[in-house]
Design a binder for this molecule. Structure first.
Ligand code: ADP
Length: 455
């Protein structure tokens, strides 16, 4: 038997024993003794209630301590089993609520971290349109130290400020678009959402999204469609005109028939070339994400392209010289696409260089890239003014539109070249000197070379 148990049991039982003995005798007692007996009963009851009262007081002190200090872990000892049970229940509840609070804090931390690293700039506004908080992207875009400043300090955009005011007035969320011109032109869409119910640390959230690339590609697509239909409409209008003339006023003029049919054949061929180039472009764009894997014998491919164009060059009194080192390693690529690149470049040299001059096609190790070949097509034309060089590979961009059309050009040849070179993770370099000629150089990775990091 535990020796500490006996005194505690006796102490707990003693008030009941005293009360029992006193009440058993109370019937035969004189009034004075009865009063004594009553006092003894009250004493017994007080002794019974004392451990409960002391336990409750300790419990309260412990709970107060835990409320003041979250890290406190007080102990409560009591001789009353009820108090001990109650304490255990309080401890279980405290543990559960601490775990719930920790989970909530973690959730808030994660949400704040996500907002902070969101790629879109984000600002929290208070009810007076002051900036209460910003994320990292907003600090980078608008500069640091914006806390407590009016939104107009960060973004002086009247439509945006009006929209923010409307949201803060309780008119629901708003979407506005605006341009920033400093340091470069950019287009943004801004969404302003009310925080309901409004809270002390914010009344609305403003999220900015940079849509510059989207707008630019939308404009390019619209320009491209307009240009392509314009290019197709011109020969089509000419065909329709000649058909009407042949059916009407020139019905019986056999000389006109021959002339007009010749022009119509030319215009149809022009439309055919344009449609072919447009299809080529869209096919190349569709495959652009898959790197080509063929081993291409560049010497053989250049020979085939040059042989196919020899006659056209000869018609202008030009010669095409090919300089290829022996034992040339194969390039990594798509033979059909690469043939199209050299076909377009040599064809341009024949079209735009002076008649009677030489065109050189030369292959050498690339000085720009390790493990790459440089294939240069050099002509002796009038050259291209420097300000045009950067735009030459844009679709339908020409230095001299009339001349290009007259020579059968579609304005898409160099755009196709650029896309194919990108597809091959190669580089296109254009050099030109007025009065001396132009050099178009393609740097192509050799088969077996590690893929370059950038296109
Ligand atoms: P095009 O069908 O008009 O030839 P390209 O895209 O092939 O279209 O070329 C775009 C423009 O670049 C041409 O219209 C021409 O003005 C210029 N260009 C291309 N190659 C040469 C060159 N070898 N010499 C001079 N100008 C050139």
């Amino acid at each position: 038997m535990n020796p500490r148990w006996l005194p505690a049991a006796l102490l707990r039982a003693s008030p009941a024993l005293i009360a029992f003995v006193v009440l058993a005798w109370a019937g035969d007692l004189a009034p004075g003794d009865a009063a004594l007996a009553a006092i003894l009963v009250i004493l017994a009851l007080v002794l019974l209630a004392a451990p409960l009262y002391l336990g409750l007081a300790r419990l309260r002190a412990a709970v107060d301590l835990m409320a003041e200090n979250d890290a406190a872990r007080p102990e409560v000892e009591s001789s009353s089993p009820a108090i001990r049970e109650l304490w255990l229940a309080i401890m279980r509840w405290a543990r559960a609520s601490r775990a719930a609070a920790q989970a909530r804090e973690l959730e808030i931390d994660t949400a704040q971290l996500v907002l902070h690293h969101l790629p879109d700039p984000l600002l929290v506004l208070d009810e007076k349109r002051r900036i209460a908080r910003t994320n990292e992207a907003a600090d980078i875009l608008l500069g640091p130290n914006l806390a407590d400043r009016d939104l107009a300090v960060a973004l002086r955009q009247p439509p945006l400020l009006a929209a923010a005011d409307a949201v803060l007035r309780g008119d629901g969320d708003r979407l506005v678009e605006f341009d920033l011109t400093d340091p470069v032109d950019r287009h943004f869409s801004a969404r302003i959402v009310p925080l309901t119910p409004a809270r002390a640390d914010g009344s609305a959230v403003l999220i900015l999204h940079d849509v510059t690339v989207l707008k630019r590609s939308e404009r390019l697509r619209a320009d491209f469609a307009a240009n392509a239909s314009h290019e197709l409409r011109t020969p089509l209008a000419s065909l329709i005109g000649f058909i009407e003339t042949l059916r009407g006023p020139a019905r019986d003029d056999m000389g006109a028939h021959d002339r007009f049919l010749g022009i119509m054949a030319e215009q149809s061929a022009r439309m055919g070339r344009l449609v072919e180039d447009l299809l080529s472009l869209s096919k190349i764009e569709m495959n652009e994400h898959q790197s080509p894997t063929e081993r291409v014998d560049i010497a053989d491919l250049l020979n085939r392209v040059v042989n196919g164009l020899d006659q056209r060059a000869a018609n202008r009194g030009m010669v095409i010289r090919t300089i290829v080192p022996p034992d040339l390693p194969p390039a990594l690529g798509d033979a059909d696409e690469l043939a199209q690149v050299f076909q377009n470049l040599v064809d341009n040299a024949i079209k735009y260089a002076r008649s009677g001059t030489a065109i050189t096609v030369e292959v050498a190790p690339s000085s720009k890239r390790p493990a790459a070949l440089a294939i240069a097509i050099r002509d002796q034309g009038d050259g291209i003014p420097r300000e045009h060089l950067a735009r030459l590979t844009e679709r339908f961009y020409r230095v001299d539109t009339a001349r290009s059309r007259e020579l059968g050009g579609t304005g898409l040849g160099l755009a196709i070249v650029k896309h194919i070179v990108n597809h091959h993770r190669g580089v296109l370099e254009i050099d030109s000197e007025l009065g001396r000629g132009s050099v178009f150089t393609i740097h192509l990775p050799m088969a077996g070379a590690p893929a370059p990091a950038t296109a």
